[in-house]
Design a binder for this molecule. Structure first.
Ligand SMILES: Cc1cc2nc3c(=O)[nH]c(=O)nc-3n(C[C@H](O)[C@H](O)[C@H](O)COP(=O)(O)OP(=O)(O)OC[C@H]3O[C@@H](n4cnc5c(N)ncnc54)[C@H](O)[C@@H]3O)c2cc1C
Length: 491
């Protein structure tokens, strides 16, 4: 086994890779597990505070879900990723690090639903325009009736179906959400926890619906701009290389500050002190050679899937916690990146679909991505999958279905497609299956019982933050290690 060597850190903007030769003082102040937005931001926060950090990332390319791959002459995002500026501090940090590579993009996203396009996030006025009046009336009446009913008789929903009906009414649930949810997740809403709906789905308030309907006929309240229209005017942040730029530039800054970023290194073991109360070291495996290395650390911030983190404790993990960890599953993402011989394919940054093999098609060129040759475009076709299924394997039947669906939508034809690249990850979406909550609690409790370990981010927290929120989670974890509280920051 070899150990991470801090004497090489900071000397290059390339990542030294796993199994770096042992040095004099390999002990890290903090080991960060996972190099997605959360881990990178945690590492940056600690590196800026002068701490020796080692970041360990399984993939060859940094960025986690928000990474971009170069294939041939072009960059392909693992699902189109643009940064929101909702967290001022995070945004300013990224703006400074990205410098000239950052470009600004006006949000222009759509949903294709029942033959019409709607702006995303969904706006009531748009729904009115394209919808059959009878269905619209039924959906509105259902929304009002169900919200009124559950206000009078509040009830904790037993599953996602009941939660969706409480939020949107039965007609809208049956018209849109039932099939969409089933198709997206691969199992019906009756098998999904209500927690997902209650924490993730926007509330479509009956009062707002009436207010919007009145505004449409010219009767406007004196309320400041509604959240939905404010969102629809949002500016997003991207780069000419797509999602690839941000993690590369952040990692470069971490290394410039004297810290160590190790890629193609999968966390495989965690050592504890004799009392079993503190993490003392991390073992990681070179994903190319299989060699194992280790780094000693005073603290650990894990952003890798909470199940993988728990299982890395080996025999130190109590049996019941191991059983709980097994219940925390993820839905995979298989993205098909297409180089298309067309100047432009869709009139949006991305469009959501509810009845195709894909759920979203993005055209990052519309956000400023450089495409080679310039008269071609890149399409990012997103699907959810299970590891080992036909979508994960990129089977010809799936590609044929994708092409048929793209042709049906008049996005492009089979002959237009010049190259197809499959990008994928097993950890796209934490699955909130029925009854997952106590299992998450059990694993979290075990980790909380350690004095110097935290688990956070999308994978580590088993939750759904966007990039800026995942970065904020990384900053919070780093500040906890530094002993910085919110109050002391404000002083
Ligand atoms: C299709 C899609 C599109 C999205 N678009 C946007 C968007 O436009 N804007 C936005 O703000 N957010 C977007 N998001 C959300 C965004 O991807 C997440 O908020 C963000 O990636 C979470 O960062 P993270 O670091 O917490 O987790 P991740 O990005 O998942 O990073 C976890 C890291 O841990 C690594 N890892 C896993 N196991 C191990 C191991 N054993 N050892 C070492 N490393 C390991 C993984 O390889 C990964 O790099 C999107 C998400 C999806 C799925």
């Amino acid at each position: 086994m070899t150990q991470a060597d801090f004497s090489t850190a900071g000397s290059a903007s390339t990542h030294p890779g796993p199994g770096t030769v042992s040095g004099e003082s390999p002990k890290a102040h903090t080991a960060i597990l996972g190099g997605g937005p959360c881990g990178l931001y945690a590492a940056l926060t600690l590196a800026k505070a002068g701490k020796k950090v080692v970041l360990i990332e399984k993939e060859e390319v940094l960025g986690g879900l928000a990474r971009g791959h170069k294939r041939g002459e072009n960059f392909y995002d693992l699902g189109v990723h643009m940064l929101h500026a909702f967290d001022q501090e995070v945004f300013e940090t990224m703006r400074d690090i990205m410098g000239d590579e950052r470009i600004e993009v006006d949000l222009n996203a759509k949903i294709k639903w029942a033959g019409s396009f709607y702006r995303y996030p969904l706006q009531f006025t748009d729904m009115v325009k394209g919808m059959n009046p009878f269905i619209l009336f039924k959906c509105c009446a259902g929304l009002l009736a169900y919200q009124f009913y559950f206000k009078l008789k509040p009830r904790v929903p037993k599953d996602a179906e009941e939660a969706l009906i409480q939020l949107y009414g039965r007609p809208l649930y049956e018209f849109f959400f039932r099939e969409f949810t089933h198709r997206y997740w691969g199992f019906p809403p009756t098998e999904m926890s209500a927690t997902f709906i209650m924490t993730k789905m926007p509330r479509l308030s009956a009062v707002d619906v009436i207010r919007n309907a009145l505004a449409k006929i010219g009767i406007k309240g004196n309320k400041v701009e509604a959240v939905e229209s404010a969102l629809s005017k949002e500016t997003l942040h991207y780069s000419r290389n797509g999602a690839e730029a941000m993690p590369r530039l952040v990692a470069g800054e971490i290394e410039r500050l004297g810290c160590h970023v190790i890629t193609s290194a999968e966390v495989s073991g965690i050592s504890l002190d004799p009392d079993g109360k503190r993490v003392t070291g991390i073992t990681y495996r070179n994903t190319k050679t299989g060699d194992e290395s280790s780094v000693a650390c005073e603290n650990v911030i894990s952003t890798i899937p909470i199940r993988s983190f728990a299982e890395a404790f080996g025999d130190a993990l109590p049996d019941e916690v191991r059983q709980s960890a097994k219940q925390l599953r993820n839905k995979g993402v298989a993205v098909y990146g297409l180089l298309v011989n067309k100047e432009k394919a869709i009139d949006a940054l991305y469009i959501y679909y509810r009845n195709h093999v894909f759920h979203r098609v993005g055209e990052p060129k519309n956000a400023g991505l450089t495409v080679n040759p310039p008269d071609h475009t890149v399409l990012i076709v997103e699907t959810t999958c299970e590891v080992g299924d036909a979508k994960w394997n990129g089977e010809q039947s799936v590609i044929d279905q994708i092409v048929a669906d793209l042709e049906a939508e008049k996005i492009c034809t089979r002959d237009d497609i010049v190259e197809t690249h499959l990008l994928r990850t097993p950890h796209g979406y934490p699955v909130f299956s029925l009854g997952f909550e106590p299992h998450l609690e059990s694993v979290q409790k075990f980790i909380d019982g350690l004095e110097n370990a935290q688990t956070t981010g999308r994978q580590g927290g088993f939750c759904y933050p966007n990039m800026h929120k995942a970065m904020r989670m990384g900053a919070t974890a780093a500040e906890k290690v530094l002993g910085v509280t919110k109050e002391s920051k404000e002083e």
